[in-house]
Design a binder for this molecule. Sequence first.
Ligand SMILES: [Zn+2]
Length: 165
Amino acid sequence: MERFPELGVRETRSVTATCQQDLPDGEYGFLELYCDEPGCDCRRVMIDVLRPETGWSKIWATISYGWESLDFYRKWGGTGSDPIEIKGPYLDPVNPQTKYSSALLNLFRFLLQSSDYVERLKRHYQMFRESVEKGCGRHDHLETNRIANRRKSLRDPKRRRRHAR
Ligand SMILES: [Zn+2]
């Protein structure tokens, strides 16, 4: 949504829940956050689950997920790391959660059963990482922010969180 706005709108996965025992009815968007640390190859995504009912701003769950093998994350994380936790999907303990988080994690597990969805995450990661390595985005982002701020008079101070390792 930040670096590829059109594609972001078109390809952000959302699910409409109806008559679920453990979730309020309505739409749930699974917004993807990728690492923007130059030179990093962590091959993971962080998902913020957002809802139109809460203005796409409240985070209903934060899910961390990696699509590579446990072996990959074992090597990547080094000694003392837990590859099962790095791979996930799991509910990120240092980011926002709600009482609906475990139901949303189950919903995410369900989405992962579609190989199309997993392939899409990988593709988005590649695109995002390429734009990080090319060093683009940062300046554009500031520029975009400045324009947006001028329009909204700093009404919207929220910033995308990023995971850093
Ligand atoms: Zn990374």
